[in-house]
Design a protein around this ligand. Structure first.
Ligand code: DC
Length: 221
């Protein structure tokens, strides 16, 4: 089996690029951020403070999270309900960041992620795929872009969805989330030693996709 690990901060374009690369190669694409978002959503639904690790850990045994594919598209189920759209809000993203710092949450989600790479060729994106989840991945890519570029892209995305977005607030959120994700004690956001670094700040989406596909092909052919 071939595994491609794509890690990097929020807003570097990981999910769009990884999805396209997977489809081009005929691999399945797994977006691991979605399951952290589902744990965050479970906290919101159960009125649990996502920073209260004791309460979050207590909730885990009664929380069922799974990933299913409909027509090749990933859907996330929380207690058998499809929450794929509900987890795509700024609030869900901040809540996910908080629960992702809890070691038991990371452990709870580990096998779910690893199992995908057992039977299929995968492109998996996240923060710790190359370092923790799939340390033996044949290809590891660390995708990044400047906080300003990522904030601009995020504002555009939100506007396209008809949501109002203030650039400075989005930028501050991105900087805060980068800090939280890279300073947590367990599985912090960092490039694996053998990762190929790709900065997409000056690249269009098409150029980024082409670059990632060519890196993957170089490693597997
Ligand atoms: O990729 P995303 O923005 O959907 O991820 C949401 C949060 O989940 C993010 O703040 C970091 C966390 N996350 C993580 O800790 N490990 C992963 N493999 C994926 C996401």
């Amino acid at each position: 089996m071939i595994a491609v690990a794509i890690d990097g901060p929020a807003g570097a374009g990981k999910s769009t690029i990884a999805r396209k690369a997977a489809s081009e190669l005929g691999y399945i694409y797994v977006d691991t951020g979605a399951i952290y978002r589902a744990v965050g959503l479970a906290c919101t639904q159960k009125k649990i403070d996502p920073s209260d690790s004791e309460k979050v850990v207590e909730m885990l045994p009664e929380t069922e999270i799974s990933i299913v594919f409909f027509n090749g598209e990933q859907h996330v189920l929380l207690d058998d309900k499809d929450v794929s759209s509900e987890i795509r809000t700024e609030k869900a993203s901040m809540t996910a960041s908080k629960v992702s710092a809890i070691p038991e949450v990371r452990k709870f989600l580990l096998d779910l992620q690893r199992n995908f790479a057992k039977n299929d060729n995968v492109v998996m994106d996240g923060r710790d795929i190359g370092t923790v989840v799939l340390p033996n991945a044949q290809v590891k890519i660390f995708l990044t872009a400047s906080p300003e570029t990522r904030a601009k892209r995020r504002v555009l995305q939100l506007k396209e969805k008809g949501e109002t977005a203030d650039y400075n607030t989005v930028l501050a959120d991105i900087i805060q989330r980068d800090y939280d994700d890279s300073h947590r004690e367990i599985a912090p956001l960092k490039a694996a030693d053998s990762a190929v670094m790709v900065d997409t700040s000056e690249l269009t989406l098409e150029q980024s996709i082409a670059k990632i596909i060519s890196i993957i092909k170089e490693h597997i052919e």
